[in-house]
Design a binder for this molecule. Structure first.
Ligand code: ADP
Length: 212
């Protein structure tokens, strides 16, 4: 498996470096009867993709990494900030009825609940709202802070966290989403949202070779 499709010339270059590396760009070009300038884009691609390593005054080395290893390296580097979505928040004083309306209007599966200072205090999932709805209570008069999952039991992440770690946490905790937060002196400000959909987008991005 390769992370990128290599063309015929790139495969030839790779073979030459495997057999004769370290080797300069000049010498690779000689072996292919091409000019150094013609090879430059291919060498750049192979170096950026991680197949080759360039050392000044020595030449190109074959890194020995397989396509699968390079793909793994790529996945491990992706951060939350590159894939997060816009969070949908409600105030803790809104009713369960209003939260249900917001969930439909905003087309999300998880709402984050904030206090009057816009700091994270809770999470509402679809099932939290369904559970509240099967009782006989008047939904317009129950505030969401009675039924939400509250701090300090909320699992959250930050922009700089690695997305693969967050994916594992979603699975381990059996939750669909978590807020991306920024720590302030007073608490946690909600700045984003990571859901299983974002993780799916990462998978598609990798398959389409869009992930750097
Ligand atoms: P659903 O309930 O729709 O299946 P989840 O699996 O995400 O959705 O939620 C399961 C439970 O976990 C709910 O009670 C919800 O409030 C809670 N929950 C969801 N996300 C988080 C989170 N990031 N941190 C803590 N609890 C959460």
């Amino acid at each position: 498996m390769r992370t990128i499709e290599l063309n015929k010339r790139q495969e030839q270059i790779l073979q030459i470096v495997k057999d004769h590396g370290p080797i300069t760009g000049e010498h690779i070009a000689d072996r292919l009867n091409l000019t150094r300038a013609t090879l430059r884009p291919d060498l750049a691609i192979l170096t950026m993709a991680g197949y080759l390593e360039a050392r000044p005054r020595v030449g190109y080395f074959y890194t020995g990494k397989t396509g699968a290893q390079l793909l793994t390296d790529k996945i491990r580097k992706v951060k939350v900030g590159e894939y997060q979505s816009v969070p949908v928040v409600v105030n803790e004083s809104v009713s369960v009825y209003d939260a249900i309306c917001t969930m439909f209007l905003e087309d999300v599966g998880t709402l984050f609940v904030v206090d009057e200072h816009s700091l994270l205090v809770g999470v509402l999932s679809r099932k939290d709202l369904l559970r509240a709805s099967i009782g006989k209570q008047e939904l317009t008069s129950i505030p969401v802070n009675i039924i939400m999952t509250r701090m300090p039991n909320i699992t959250f992440c930050e922009r700089e966290d690695y997305l693969i770690d967050i994916a594992k946490t979603l699975i381990n905790k059996q939750i669909d989403a978590m807020p991306v937060v920024k720590k302030t002196d007073l608490g946690y400000e909600v700045i984003g949202r990571i859901t299983k959909t974002n993780i799916t987008k990462l998978l598609v991005g990798l398959a389409n070779d869009e992930v750097l």
